[in-house]
Design a protein around this ligand. Structure first.
Ligand code: UD1
Ligand code: PEP
Length: 427
């Protein structure tokens, strides 16, 4: 059953403190990576999201048992691999599930994985994953929407990625961790979620060198032991809250945050006239009473401006008088927020991956999220307007934000999600 739409009455400032959830995009590959060990692994900092449930369902099919031992803590245990296939019903829900292929290749030597799904705003190829596997000695064939991969021996050799890919780098790392070969990956992603995966794997006894650089050397080890690990805070959720504070001209404090993961956003917000104060794992965003300036931005791989914050930033800029230009070459079709923001009075012209945004006041309207970050963008737009905006497509928001409405209510947002009974009574 789809969740009921969210009702937001904006036009008021936010204030107070909000704890950022642990990172979805770091936790998902780490959950998958836990199946490389036959011993129990305790993870702290796992967000309670529908995407996490999807990956746990997939892991369970493979043979991983899990037990929640705290609100964000989980014990995972894969004594043996029961199945080496990842069925369409699960993989099609979420792109991150494709890296099950690397984990299965490492632990079981074979994998049959359906082509991935996930936020579908346009083409999201996996050619680099497949090219990397083949270059390192894996046989991969494609049939009926499935990839079938097999390795006769340990992965060995060198692969140069043709572009920076987070998932492609993670998949190749996972496949190379076990065995007696040595793999060198060049032009590897240095994204925070890749670094967290490497730190996790090394904490279980993997031998991966070059963390945080574009060249990784992975020396196979016979087995990984169990262990305990804490996932990094979610920089995309933190960024979404920072943009929400700027859009509502508010001052809020974020806790459980890594300010060093958010520099590209912080410097754009500062350029607009927002004050950002960083101390260890806290960050204060102060836009109270500010007249913000328009800015131009182009998305890039980490440490550049993240594509996962592009729709939210576009919503903010749609409220800032003047002309801003936003370009997203990382995902040129990531534009499903635009038509919905138009319904709220935004003036955005699109040409290719470029949005030219003439900022001004928005108004409330019924809108529909078609993907996760587009949903966050609509939430932010709704927070800026005094009328009641109703956002449909909340299931996408639930993929990546834990109790978003409730947590933003704790800092003063007027956001409610009526229960299904109530919703039908109101129809
Ligand atoms: C679950 C997860 O962590 N998702 C994130 C991850 O997705 P994901 O890992 O899928 O994104 P990639 O880093 O792989 O994609 C980056 C770019 O490379 C292209 N590409 C990628 C692989 C490939 O084989 N061929 C190819 O052409 C993509 O189309 C895109 O243009 O990183 C993206 C970029 O930061 C984020 O937007 C996603 O939220
Ligand atoms: C797009 C995202 O996730 P996925 O890659 O799983 O679609 C995201 O987290 O913004």
């Amino acid at each position: 059953m789809q969740p009921t739409p969210l009702h937001i009455k904006g036009g008021r400032a936010l204030s107070g403190e909000i704890a950022v959830q642990p990172s979805k995009n770091a936790a998902l590959p780490i959950i998958v990576a836990s199946l490389l060990s036959s011993e129990p692994v305790t993870l702290h900092g796992v967000p309670r999201l529908s995407d996490v449930q999807t990956i746990l369902d997939l892991a369970q099919h493979i043979g991983t048992r899990h037990t929640w031992v705290g609100p964000h803590s989980l014990i995972l245990h894969t004594p043996e691999v029961l199945h080496t296939d990842a069925p369409y019903a699960l993989v099609s829900k979420m792109r991150a599930s494709f890296i099950i292929m690397g984990a299965l290749l490492a632990r079981a030597g074979a994998a049959t994985v359906s082509m991935p799904g996930g936020c579908a705003w346009g083409p999201r190829p996996v050619d680099q994953h497949v090219k990397a596997f083949r270059a390192l000695g894996v046989e991969v064939s494609e049939d009926g929407g499935n990839f079938d991969a097999r390795r006769a021996s340990s992965l060995n050799g060198r692969f140069v990625f043709e572009l920076l890919t987070v998932g492609g780098t993670q998949n190749a790392i996972l496949a190379a961790v076990l065995g007696d070969g040595t793999v060198t990956l060049e032009n590897a992603s240095i994204d925070t979620d890749v670094v967290d995966l490497i730190n996790f794997l090394n904490s279980l006894g993997a031998d991966i060198e070059g963390t945080g650089t574009n060249t990784l050397t992975i020396r196979g080890v016979p087995a990984l032991h169990g262990g305990e690990y804490t996932v990094i805070p979610d920089r995309i959720e933190a960024g979404t809250f920072m943009i929400a504070a700027a859009a509502t001209r508010s001052r809020i404090t974020l806790t459980n945050v890594r300010p060093d993961h958010l520099r590209a956003l912080s410097s754009k917000l500062m350029e607009m006239g927002v004050d950002i104060l960083e101390t260890d794992d806290r960050l204060v965003v102060d836009a109270e009473g500010r007249e913000l300036k328009p800015v131009n931005l182009t998305t890039q791989s980490f440490p550049g401006f993240p594509t996962d914050l592009q729709p939210q930033m576009s919503a903010l800029l749609a409220t800032v008088p003047g002309t801003s230009v936003v370009q997203d070459p990382v995902y040129p079709d990531r534009l499903t927020h635009v038509a919905e923001l138009h319904r709220m009075g935004a003036n955005i012209t699109v040409s290719g991956y470029t949005q030219v945004i003439q900022g001004g006041p928005l108004h409330a309207a019924p809108v529909k999220a078609a993907d996760l970050r587009a949903g966050a963008a609509l939430f932010i737009a709704a927070l800026t307007t005094p009328g009641e905006t109703v956002i449909d497509g909340v299931q996408y928001l639930n993929r990546g934000y834990e109790n978003l409405a409730e947590r933003l209510r704790s800092v003063g947002a007027n956001a409610v999600q009526p229960l299904p009974m109530l919703a039908s009574a109101m129809d």
